[in-house]
Design a protein around this ligand. Structure first.
Ligand code: SAJ
Length: 451
């Protein structure tokens, strides 16, 4: 008998998850997407078998075409599709505001809709990243109140987080271990059984709260490590040494010198001009919100918040490097034409969520400069951008690497130099070689590079 799976939220997580389940014999998948101005177009696009996610996403377009053509995947905005669903996956946005407070409007709204059509013995899975405690204290009460049923007894409820990254959405969903946390053991079991259909790696059963904490800690750990690398970059700049050389040397030391082969080496991450995306800038705040709301005693996560602060500072530091370069060239920042290479927060993708490019653009505008945004992948963005790099660099005073798109590595710097008014490179992503740039006549500044 065919089982129906409903996936709510056709985004970077919902679309690949839905397509993967739809490719499993015996499953029929219905995607639900609000017909919003921003994302409503995806409904028709997907139903035509087309992939709405831009950038390089290996295998996704073929998979979407295949499952739509074989009739096991379709998309609608009608929540009544939940009424006969075996499992319902919730993949909606869970943004935080500038104070780090989560806004669960769409999560609560979707929970009410699901509760309305929920039937006995179905499985509800929250895949969106949430603050610890959200499954038990926000979603569960809504589902129980609207459905009139009891979670655990009448339906299963699980939190199981994704580990996707743009550029390898399918690969990460299939080949990374999966954590499945139920509100009770029965729920956990049903969740594990479901993911066995698409995950080819180990599945780790736990409880919902532990899984919620693991998710935000996983990203917070990365954010803190990036902040550490950024702090070392500032120290190296001050001491006049290349941080990337230091990183390379540090990463040669195994954790346990007595048995190097048994464990990973040190893994100092990459400093850079900023940290963007839907996860790292947000998850530390979700962790803080969880312990503030549901903790038994107060804990001030100082290391975590200081790290967030330093990563938020990196666009400002990059702007200071631009000012320093212009001063060296005898030019003011006022009316200077600054070309920002890259708008996406991650290389070779079109994903602009919380991109540090926006922060740098605004800082430069405030200083009276004329910043220009360029990106080969991004279709639309809230700020004006160009795909024509030649138009962008004419009479420019500086080019700044913001995203390490592969397209920028082979730029002909000699040609570019001839079109610029002032020959300055500010390298926010260690894309160019300092000595080579200086040899051909550029003033070169870089995050983590000797001034
Ligand atoms: N970045 C650095 N230095 C680094 C690594 C990244 O400055 O060494 C910057 C990137 O340029 C980018 C930001 O940090 O602006 C985030 O990059 P990312 O590589 O962490 O990409 P995300 O945010 O898409 O992916 C993270 C991953 N989390 C972890 O590795 C712990 C991914 O596994 C998660 O699935 C994803 O968050 C998520 O969806 O939570």
């Amino acid at each position: 008998m065919t089982k129906k799976i409903v996936v709510i939220g056709m985004g970077y997580v919902g679309i690949p998850a839905a397509a993967l389940f739809a490719d499993v014999e015996g499953f029929n998948v219905v995607g639900i997407q609000r017909r919003s101005k921003r994302s409503g177009w995806k409904i028709d696009w997907l139903n035509e078998g087309k992939n709405p996610i831009g950038g390089d996403e290996p295998g996704l377009s073929e998979l979407i075409k295949r499952v739509v053509n074989k009739g096991s995947f379709r998309v609608t905005d009608d929540f009544s599709e939940c009424k006969d669903a075996y499992a319902i996956l919730i993949d909606v946005q869970t943004p935080t505001d500038e104070k780090g407070i989560p806004h669960y409007e769409s999560l609560k709204d979707v929970s009410k809709q699901v509760g309305k059509y929920l039937h006995k013995d179905s499985l509800v899975i929250i895949e969106s990243t949430v603050a610890p405690g959200t499954t038990n204290y926000i979603v569960k009460p809504i589902l129980e109140e609207v459905s009139g049923m009891k979670a655990g007894r009448d339906f299963s409820l699980v939190f199981s987080y994704e580990r996707v990254m743009v550029g390898r959405l399918l690969k990460n969903l299939i080949y990374l271990p999966r954590i499945v946390g139920g509100i009770d053991e029965k729920s956990t079991k049903s969740g594990v059984e479901l993911y066995k259909n698409i995950v080819k790696e180990k599945i780790h059963p736990t409880d919902a709260l532990t899984a919620e904490i693991a998710k935000v800690v996983e990203n917070t750990y990365r954010d803190v490590n990036i902040a550490f690398a950024n702090e070392i970059a500032l120290i190296c700049e001050s001491l006049g040494v290349d941080v990337f050389k230091v990183r390379e040397l540090v990463n040669t030391l195994p954790n346990d010198p007595s048995d190097p082969s048994s464990n990973p080496i040190r893994n100092m991450l990459f400093p850079g001009m900023g940290v963007g995306g839907h996860c790292l800038p947000k998850d530390p705040w979700l962790l803080k919100y969880g312990v503030d709301m549901y903790g038994n005693f107060k804990v001030e996560p100082n290391i975590i918040l200081k790290s967030r602060e330093l990563n938020m500072f990196m666009p400002t530091h990059t702007a200071n490097l631009i000012v320093e370069g212009l001063k060296q060239a005898g030019r003011e920042i006022k009316n200077a034409k600054i070309v920002l290479l890259g708008v996406a927060f991650l290389e070779n993708s079109d994903d602009t969520r919380n991109t540090p490019a926006k922060n740098l653009f605004e800082i430069l505008e405030k200083k009276g400069a004329k910043p220009i945004l360029h990106d080969p992948y991004v279709r639309d963005f809230e700020l004006p951008l160009t795909k024509d790099i030649n138009e962008a660099i004419v009479d420019a005073d500086a080019i700044v690497t913001v995203t390490k798109h592969k397209d920028y590595y082979n730029l002909d710097l000699n040609k570019i130099k001839d079109k610029m008014r002032t020959k300055i490179i500010v390298d926010g992503r260690n894309v160019f070689n300092k000595e080579k740039c200086e040899r051909i006549g550029f003033i070169y500044k870089g995050v983590g590079k000797p001034h």
